[in-house]
Design a protein around this ligand. Structure first.
Ligand SMILES: NC(=O)c1ccc[n+]([C@@H]2O[C@H](COP(=O)([O-])OP(=O)(O)OC[C@H]3O[C@@H](n4cnc5c(N)ncnc54)[C@H](OP(=O)(O)O)[C@@H]3O)[C@@H](O)[C@H]2O)c1
Length: 319
């Protein structure tokens, strides 16, 4: 089957389109999905688990159809159904291939109102925002929230879910070129990160949801109220992530809580997100689709700053 592979090392790698990998066979309760489209998260090219995987096929977010079911599968899916999923980072093969194995708890019925390419952009961004907002924090409705990297794939989902499901007051940090899009998604205020003192005008937020890290994350600490929380998912993660110590900012903000986490696959949440997309509550993430044959170009595009749209690879052309 056709599959993208990342050859080389974390420091020196190249993207290839291979034609020699065998089509996986589902066993037990596994589900084989014929991949129509797969999302690209550019940072994955430096994730160690990709280099530890047997065939180095990247990609976790997919949309496609159920091709076959393991002999012990007893769930509701049937052959030919349109589904989307986030494949676990530890899975032996990623989703940028014509076929991929997914576990039942990773899969949901695809939103029917959007294309496979649009659906393939949604799982990681939506699951990250959902986990941060509903599983990792316990914010009141109407909370004041600062989202950094708000024009990115994860940011777009943070802004919308916080606004629509938590009635939050959302401050979005992004370049001015995203003002219109973010206002349409419900941001109350868009603050331009090109103004180096952007943080000085923001006060007393209940929570920061950071997708950028580095200096941007450092500056967010001064915007949070005394008992607020700073949550980051940025890659590279801050020095204090993974239990490696405490943020230096605690010296000046001792009562602020802080959290970094890595998301988990969750088919049930994807089902809820699909309903919210189909009923118009949530808008899909803008995408730029590339045929699998243009994988090198797609991966380069995915790594660019300021691009409009998430890169998605198509293994089956959309009708
Ligand atoms: N921990 C987890 O579980 C988890 C889950 C999902 C994603 N992530 C990580 O979260 C990050 C965001 O993912 P994504 O898919 O949303 O990426 P993305 O679509 O590329 O978006 C990145 C966003 O960050 C902004 N940005 C980048 N550098 C910036 C800087 N120096 N100053 C201000 N803004 C900056 C970009 O703005 P411009 O377009 O204006 O450059 C864009 O809005 C990535 O690092 C990803 O690896 C982690």
């Amino acid at each position: 089957m056709k599959a993208i592979q990342i050859l080389g090392s974390q420091d020196d790698h190249n993207v290839i389109l291979s034609n020699s990998l065998p089509r996986p066979i589902p066993t037990g309760n596994q589900v084989l999905i014929k991949v129509h489209a797969a999302g690209i998260t550019a940072d994955e090219i430096i994730w160690p688990e990709l280099y530890a995987s047997p065939n180095r096929v990247p990609g976790h977010d997919i949309s496609g159809t159920v091709e076959s079911l393991g002999s012990q599968y007893e769930g509701p899916l049937s052959l030919g159904q349109n589904v989307y999923a986030m494949i676990d980072a530890e899975a032996p093969q990623g989703g940028q291939a014509e076929y991929v194995i997914a576990m039942p708890n990773e899969i949901a019925i695809k939103p029917s109102s959007i294309s496979h390419a649009e659906a393939a952009a949604i799982p990681i961004p939506a699951l990250t925002a959902w986990e941060a907002l509903f599983k990792r924090t316990n914010l009141d409705h109407g909370s004041k929230i600062l989202v950094t990297g708000a024009s990115g794939a994860v940011g777009v989902m943070f802004v919308q879910i916080a606004k629509k499901l938590l009635s939050a007051e959302v401050i979005a940090l992004a370049s001015t070129s995203s003002n219109t899009m973010l206002a349409e998604l419900g941001a109350n205020q868009v603050v331009d990160y090109n103004n180096l003192n952007w943080h000085q005008g923001i006060h007393d937020v209940d929570a920061v949801f950071d997708t950028v890290g580095g200096e941007i994350l450092t500056k967010t600490w001064s915007t949070v109220k005394k008992s607020g929380i700073v949550v980051t998912v940025a890659d590279p993660a801050p020095k204090w992530a993974f239990g490696r110590g405490q943020p230096e900012e605690l010296q000046d903000h001792p009562e602020v809580r802080w959290l970094h986490f890595i998301l988990s696959p969750d088919g049930d949440t994807l089902s809820r997100v699909a309903s919210l997309i189909d009923d118009g509550t949530l808008k899909p993430i803008p995408v730029v689709a590339f045929e699998a044959e243009r994988a090198i170009e797609a991966w380069k595009f995915a790594a660019q700053r300021g691009r409009k749209g998430k890169a998605v690879l198509e293994f089956v052309a959309e009708k």
